[in-house]
Design a protein around this ligand. Structure first.
Ligand SMILES: Nc1ncnc2c1ncn2[C@@H]1O[C@H](COP(=O)(O)OP(=O)(O)O)[C@@H](O)[C@H]1O
Ligand SMILES: [Mg+2]
Length: 347
């Protein structure tokens, strides 16, 4: 496998809370690698720290601690002067393309602005580069004279992707890039991203709360809960064999129901607890249907559950980490109780 282009190690990001002395633990020791030509999917419910991680990677935010190694540089510690030439290497695309763009600039100039910022091309060469970028993202050349409010959501996101590509980046962070778009437009954008990755070998960090989308685009997946990685692995393995009870619950909310056992979808109802007072043990323990005493003691480490596949649950050690199996067992118990009663009554 190719060498990672970007390595994140033990990333921690705290924000000051609303009350004096309060700390919001948004990201709590997250590590991952981005590989050229591959996409890492970052999933988790709203508030799990996905955007904060993305913003640290492009250094819109300074982490509280941890390392983000890009080539020879730890971009968490270098000064703004050293960071400037690296900014073009690590780009970001946001969820809402309209608010990411200056409404007073035409699409062509919005793309041209980025070309100009990071190259010394003359006006003619620049225009050609803008036209080439528009073609790359399948944006009709006629649209380049339009203002953002004259373009559709999908067209605007293509403008944003063209801007991100304008600097030939090695890494693109995509923070819910299709969440604000109509379903019919999403597939086109996802297809475009895959095509661009195959052409350029760019590494992508794809952030989404939508599992279906993440499964479509990701090579690897990282499942976040309250700023902790609770599972990571090859996309296929995580979807085929989710091993943390939280991943199982998250996936069950999306997958077609098993006709034999209906997994309890109640688990993920209600709010994620706020990251102000972190639970002392497993962050998911307060909502976990399988939690036992030791889950609220120490924080469980990630342990191997398959090839390059890890999950952080104490029940993995004795193989009792499967919600579905636990529910089948519980259903079996009820069935048995009912049978016993039935037998007693009829004899
Ligand atoms: N600038 C900020 N100031 C204070 N709290 C923040 C800030 N940005 C994010 N948070 C908090 O950090 C946590 C993680 O947020 P975020 O990274 O946006 O999650 P996600 O993208 O997964 O929804 C949330 O509790 C959020 O309220
Ligand atoms: Mg977010």
């Amino acid at each position: 496998m190719a060498e990672p282009i970007l390595q994140v190690r033990n990333l921690v990001k705290h924000f000051p809370g609303n009350r004096p002395g309060e700390t919001i633990h948004a990201v709590n020791g997250v590590s991952f690698d981005l590989i050229p030509g591959q996409t890492l999917g970052l999933v988790g419910e709203s508030g799990s720290g996905k955007s904060t991680i993305g913003r640290c990677v492009v250094r819109l935010l300074r982490p509280t601690s941890g390392k983000i190694q890009f080539g020879a540089h730890d971009i968490t510690t270098i000064g703004e002067g050293q960071m400037r030439p690296l900014r073009k290497e690590i780009q970001i695309v946001f969820q809402d393309p309209y608010s990411a763009l200056n409404p007073r600039m035409r699409a062509g100039n919005l793309i041209g602005e980025l070309v100009k910022l990071h190259s010394d091309l003359g006006p003619q060469a620049r225009r050609e580069r803008v036209a080439a970028l528009a073609a790359r993202v399948h944006l009709n050349a006629d649209l380049l004279t339009r203002f953002p409010n004259e373009l559709s959501g999908g067209q605007l996101q293509r403008v944003c992707i063209a801007r991100a590509l304008a600097t030939n980046p090695k890494v693109i962070v995509l923070d819910e890039p299709t969440s604000s778009l109509d379903l019919s437009v999403r597939a086109g954008i996802l297809e475009l991203l895959g095509e661009l990755q195959r052409e350029t070998g760019v590494a992508m960090l794809f952030i989404s709360h939508d599992l279906e989308t993440v499964q479509l685009v990701s090579h690897r997946i990282l499942v976040l809960y309250l700023g902790f990685v609770i599972e990571d692995g090859p996309a296929n393995a995580v979807f085929a064999k989710p091993s943390h009870p939280y991943s199982q619950a998250l996936l069950s909310a999306d997958l077609p129901p098993d006709p034999d056992v209906v997994l309890d979808r109640q688990i993920l109802q209600g709010e994620v607890p706020g990251p102000v007072n972190l639970p002392p043990g497993c962050a998911f323990a307060p909502r976990c249907p399988l939690a036992r005493d030791e889950c609220t003691g120490a924080r469980p480490p990630l342990v191997g559950v398959g090839e390059n596949h890890h999950a952080a649950c104490v029940r993995i050690a004795d193989g009792t980490n499967d919600i579905r199996a636990a529910q089948i067992a519980a259903a079996g118990d009820i069935h048995k109780k009912f049978q016993d009663q039935f037998v007693r009554r009829t004899t």
